[in-house]
Ligand binder design. Structure first.
Ligand code: C2E
Ligand code: MG
Ligand code: MG
Ligand code: MG
Length: 285
């Protein structure tokens, strides 16, 4: 540090740091314009029912079509958006697109549900339950078909407000999924205190269940625990047929991952949907 080196911090001009700061400022500016310029897009990744052997829903995952950088993944801009109110704007945009998509699917006789990611920062005031309800009512969407994915961090951040948000959301009939389960403070007492509808076991635990005994035991324990609490489990990061067989054996009902499909733009998603039952049958052999 400057002091330790006997200098004055002003003398330490680090050109790399300066470039990084400048890039970040530009990104933030671009992000501010992105909604106006209509640069965000939702991709959809299938969620399958391993028991029924079919597609049941999709997770909506945001991407940013940046004019110079191309398709930017959420991990490269959501954290930045979370540092400001921008995440709230983005969240409202995503809600709007999701309910419109559900309405179109419904018109087409399609019974799929969608799940939407919600950042801790959006809870409770960035995405009030009433706003979600109004959006679904406007488009004649049943609350049961729009799930909200939160992470354990939400429950830790502000117990009072987050708990109220959570119970209001569920009282209105919107399912709540606990995302990235296992990566945070996944304590049993939290699950008892904050009722959720599903757990999504993080892909880092699912990835190696075929070869790593402790990962397998961990996923198995999560499924058993969830079952005893009346909560369904979605395994994330399912990449090969061996995963499917193991998960089925554990009693894990739902799965999501590259084995079925990467997240896709809506047109490609719809084209892929009909292939799911066959893929599941193939995985049994
Ligand atoms: P997440 O909600 O845990 O989403 C799952 C991530 O795992 C997605 O990354 C998905 O593409 C990836 N994934 C799915 N299956 C597999 C697989 O089999 N193998 C591997 N290696 N990865 C798989 P993605 O789309 O890059 O999203 C990253 C994160 O960004 C999401 O994690 C979520 O936390 C956040 N995010 C995405 N969309 C939104 C949004 O609309 N709002 C907010 N607040 N956050 C979002
Ligand atoms: Mg998610
Ligand atoms: Mg996840
Ligand atoms: Mg994640």
């Amino acid at each position: 540090h400057a002091k330790e080196l006997g200098g004055n911090s002003v003398q330490f001009f680090d050109p790399l740091l300066a470039i990084a700061i400048e890039q970040r400022r530009k990104l933030e500016n671009d992000l501010r314009n992105a909604i106006r310029e209509d640069e965000f897009v939702l991709y959809y990744q299938p969620i399958v029912d391993l028991v029924a052997g079919d597609l049941v829903g999709a997770e909506a995952l945001i991407r940013w079509r940046h004019p110079e950088r191309g398709l930017v993944p959420p991990d490269d801009f959501i954290p930045l958006a979370e540092e400001s109110e921008l995440i709230n704007e983005i969240g409202l945009w995503a809600l709007d697109v999701a309910v419109k998509r559900l309405a179109l699917w419904r018109e087409a006789g399609n019974r799929l549900y969608l799940s939407l990611n919600v950042s801790a920062r959006q809870i409770p005031d960035g995405l009030p339950p009433k706003v979600i309800l109004d959006a679904t009512r406007r488009h004649g969407i049943e609350p049961g078909t729009l799930a909200l994915e939160i992470t354990e961090g939400v429950l830790l951040a502000d117990l009072g407000d987050a708990a109220r948000w959570l119970s209001e959301i569920r009282a209105l009939g919107f399912p709540v999924y606990l995302d990235d389960f296992g990566t945070g403070y996944s304590s049993l007492s939290y699950l008892k205190r904050f009722a959720v509808d599903r757990l999504k076991v993080d892909k880092s635990f699912v990835r190696d269940i075929a070869h790593n005994i402790s990962d397998r035991a961990l996923v198995e324990a999560v499924v058993a625990m969830a079952k005893s609490l009346g909560i369904e489990v979605v395994a994330e990061g399912v990449e090969d047929p061996e995963h499917i067989q193991l998960l089925r054996g554990m009693g894990c009902r739902y799965a999501q991952g590259y084995y079925f499909s990467r997240p896709l733009p809506v047109e490609d998603f719809c084209a892929m949907c009909e292939r799911i039952p066959l893929m599941l049958r193939n995985a049994e052999r």
